[in-house]
Write a protein that binds this ligand. Structure first.
Ligand code: ZN
Ligand code: ZN
Length: 278
């Protein structure tokens, strides 16, 4: 825990700062990418984020949006870009119309509707891909890649003069390469990860585990569109990235209980790379 009740985890060259509690609130800031994932509430520092990636419309992930936009308006700052599943764009415009009436000023909201498969810029040299997850309402995971430009293989090992000559001849020397930095899957059943095994190679994979023992069965957990730890354990074995961060823990379970489950039950090959977000 950091001051002001926010948790913080530094993994894979990134900082995850915020809250991710199942049914209570999810808001995760990643300062290195200048991205805010979900906005259940507005925490100190969140108002400086110009891009928000919203996974779905449940209040614990979206309830802070109006407050954040209203605060930015009061500060005379431009509204943040808010990426949302396309299905909730129209209802959100309706809600913001009502807030305009209530607050008595012309609140500007910059909603960017997103469809599964969309691929868009989220900063200099950063692109996000949206993937459909398996939840009770339309929901999206966001995977963020850093774009680097690599010298094409045909120019590797060539002399400086040859490369300068090729450039002067107008040839393209580099090709873009994408390196996955983080994928945040929002609320989802385990089928999302099973259907996207490539995500097990992402540097930092943030995935929910809502239920951590038999107080909620696998079936009950699935009924609410979530993941049970019993489903995550076998899938985690294939994880090759730097950090598998488990979020959205139900408040039935303490962080200590969840960490004890990781230590006792997760495969030894991945255990040290599995983090329970406090
Ligand atoms: Zn949730
Ligand atoms: Zn949800």
């Amino acid at each position: 825990m950091t001051r002001r009740g926010l948790s913080e985890l530094k993994v894979g060259g990134l900082t995850l700062r915020g809250v991710a509690k199942g049914g209570v609130e999810t808001s995760l800031m990643v300062p290195e990418l200048k991205l805010l994932f979900d906005v259940g509430q507005v925490h100190p520092g969140a108002q400086s984020y110009d891009r928000i990636l919203v996974s779905h419309g449940h209040a614990d992930h979206l309830g802070g949006l109006h407050y954040l936009i209203s605060q930015r308006h009061l500060q005379d700052r431009r509204p943040p870009e808010v990426y949302v599943p396309v299905e909730i764009e129209a209802p959100l415009h309706t809600i913001f119309g009502a807030w305009r009436e209530i607050e008595g000023f012309d609140l500007t909201v910059d909603l960017r509707p997103v469809r599964p498969g969309d691929d868009f810029e989220v900063g200099k040299g950063l692109r996000a891909r949206a993937l459909r997850t398996t939840h009770r309402v339309p929901s999206l995971a966001y995977c963020v890649d850093r774009i680097t430009h690599k010298l094409k293989t045909e120019f590797q090992g060539r002399s400086r003069e040859e490369i300068v000559a090729a450039k002067e001849a107008g040839r393209e020397l580099t090709s873009p390469a994408r390196s996955p930095q983080i994928c945040v899957s929002g609320d989802t059943q385990i089928e999302f990860l099973k259907g996207h095994p490539e995500l097990l190679d992402v540097r930092v994979l943030v995935h929910e585990v809502t239920s951590w023992d038999e107080r909620r069965s696998v079936e009950q957990t699935r009924h609410w569109g979530h993941t049970h730890v019993e489903e995550m354990i076998p899938v985690s074995e294939g994880f090759t990235g730097e950090a598998l961060v488990l979020v959205h823990r139900s408040m039935r379970h303490s962080v200590e209980e969840a960490r004890a489950v990781v230590a006792a039950r997760f495969p030894a090959s991945v255990r040290d790379r599995v983090h329970v977000f406090a």
